[in-house]
Design a protein around this ligand. Structure first.
Ligand code: NOJ
Length: 563
């Protein structure tokens, strides 16, 4: 049943709350998405990953689901959703929904039942334990929530604790219970029947916890995850859902694979494993970030080493390529100078640096117009991650508050979640009402309307690049060869299928860089096919001078030369 369509796809991620508001309540919604389908088609993307639109009390903006089979009324109705997916399919765009099943909301009916008594039939849907100490008032182990603090919450009704690896309103499901796995398969099949083309499985690497739930390696910020990342039954459980649901339709299943290292990946994504089709991994994000929120210095050589290592995955494994999503800061600010010079060149260069790789690329809403991080006052952060970090530091060691503010100004998830900048007007063309979150004041300079008009915009560059990738066998299947791995300014690689080759230069520095390239075999005479400065030499010689943030793609296509 599975055709592997995702290998030719370019994805666009929609974070619905911040994408487009159709009814003026300040919150993006499904009818807003419908109104932008032609825009997506024009951009050339062929699949959408839609962040959760299910019923949710929004403790973590929809990643806490209270009903897996219905739409959150603030986003619209199931009929709106049906119209949206039909509109996508008409335009040749597939829809991949978020599947958040490591945990539910504490307002999900299962959890309400589960917490009500120890002998409730749903008790075992979640992970309940007695506390430590004589009175049982200490958490069962030292695991910490990914949002800081203990991962356990005491519940008065039954005097036991439940596990929540995220907020206390996101209790972890007990995947060791076969009934839970059946429920997950049923949820998938319900949406497949409605036409969904796949799922992005939220923190799917956390679903199997180690027997006995032993303490993790102590760390004052976040205790080790060694007892719940890729736990003892992960393969068995993924395979079970594959058999019962994912393999029954022509799907794409991409797992958010926190903690999955390069060496682990083939075990969950190799085609013959029948588990996931691909994984969103974090080694690249970890190059300049710790504990998902603390910035560490960017080092291009390390960054390239990670990309190159993943490009070398066995041929039966498929990569996910991304720089941004709703959890990551804006790549323009993260990898650039942050001062706005050369923003356009930088945005285009970054696009080339990942879109020319092997794997499925994801464009996160706003990335295609070069949206940036936002400057926020402490009280303006709304995301649970930032607000938890602030309240924890304030409680345990207030002198560290400036460090917390600095870290959030660089890495908070809020940066990705500011409303989409459609137009230069009040509400940014996102809403006619009061936006749920502050709009970035740079909307005058950065917005879709002006990018559409400007042939040299980042948006139009993305269009060209996406078009170029489509059906391009060298980009899809070609080998990857890296040059100058130690160079700290330039990322240079080749994609090669037979004798058809692309040589790609990406200058990550804000300065000019000269590179002697006579070590790249038989590259002399390669023809320039794309350049974000539009000033590069038409053919490649023995050296190249790259302007700040310049990206250039050269081609050697013997078949074209011959005829
Ligand atoms: C990963 C999601 O991308 C993130 O936004 C969410 O907070 C956690 N998983 C918990 O569901």
């Amino acid at each position: 049943m599975k055709t592997g369509w995702y290998k030719d796809a370019v994805f666009y991620q929609i974070y619905p709350r911040s994408f487009c508001d159709s009814n003026g309540d300040g919150i993006g919604d499904i009818r807003g998405i419908i109104s932008k389908l032609d825009y997506l088609k024009e951009l050339g993307v062929t699949a959408v990953w839609l962040s959760p639109v299910y019923k949710s009390p929004n403790d973590d903006n929809g990643y806490d689901i209270s009903d897996y089979r219905d739409i959150n009324p603030e986003f619209g109705t199931l009929d709106d959703w049906k119209e949206m997916i039909a509109g996508m399919h008409e335009r040749g765009i597939k829809l991949v929904m978020d599947l958040v099943v490591n945990h539910t909301s504490d307002e999900h009916e299962w959890f309400k039942q589960s917490r009500s008594s120890k002998d409730n039939p749903y008790r075992d849907y979640y992970i309940w334990r007695k506390g430590k100490g004589k009175d049982g008032k200490r958490p069962p182990n030292n695991w910490t929530s990914r949002f800081t603090g203990s991962a356990w919450q005491y519940d008065e009704t039954t005097g036991e604790w439940y596990l929540h690896l995220f907020s206390k309103k996101q209790p972890d499901l007990n995947w060791d219970n076969p009934k839970v796995r059946r429920e997950v398969a049923d949820i998938c099949n319900y949406w497949f029947e409605l036409g969904v083309d796949g799922f992005r499985c939220d923190v799917i690497t956390y679903i199997s916890k180690a027997e006995g739930l032993p303490d993790g390696k102590f760390n004052p910020v976040m205790c080790g995850d060694e007892h719940f990342v890729l736990g003892p039954h992960i393969h068995e459980y993924l395979n079970e859902i594959y058999e019962k649901a994912w393999s029954k339709y022509d799907t794409m299943i991409v797992g958010e694979a926190i903690g999955c290292k390069l060496t682990d990946a083939p075990m969950i994504i190799a085609e013959d494993r029948h588990e996931l089709d691909s994984a969103i991994t974090f080694e690249l994000m970890d190059v300049d970030m710790k504990w998902s929120f603390f910035p560490v210095k960017f080092n291009l050589a390390k960054f390239k080493a990670v990309q190159s290592a993943w490009q070398a995955l066995p041929k039966n494994c498929w990569n996910t390529l991304y720089y941004e999503n709703h959890d990551q800061p804006r790549s323009i600010t993260r990898y650039g100078n942050g001062r706005g010079y050369y923003r356009k060149e930088l945005g285009k260069m970054l696009a080339v640096s990942y879109m020319m790789l092997r794997g499925t690329p994801y464009v996160y809403q706003g990335q295609e117009i070069g949206m940036t991080n936002i400057r926020l006052e402490e009280k303006e952060y709304v995301d649970i991650m930032a607000t938890r970090v602030f309240s924890l530091i304030r409680k345990i060691f207030p002198p560290l508050m400036p460090v917390a503010r600095w870290a959030m100004s660089k890495r908070a998830r809020d940066h990705a979640r500011t409303p989409m900048q459609w137009e230069d007007k009040t509400g940014a063309g996102f809403t006619t009402g009061k936006p749920w979150m502050k709009i970035n004041p740079n909307l005058g300079e950065i917005n879709v309307a002006s990018d559409l008009k400007n042939p040299n915009s980042i948006l139009n560059f993305y269009k060209k690049l996406i078009e170029f990738r489509k059906g391009n066998a060298v980009i899809r299947d070609g080998d990857y060869i890296e040059y100058f791995p130690k160079n700290k300014k330039v990322y240079c690689f080749e994609r090669k299928l037979g004798s058809h080759r692309y040589i790609v230069f990406c200058n990550f520095a804000e300065k000019k860089v000269a590179l002697n390239i006579d070590t790249i075999p038989n590259s002399r005479g390669a023809k320039l096919i794309m350049d974000n400065w539009a000033t590069q030499e038409e053919t490649l010689g023995d050296a190249i001078l790259l302007k700040p943030y310049e990206a250039a793609i050269y081609e050697i296509d013997p078949s074209a030369d011959n005829g």
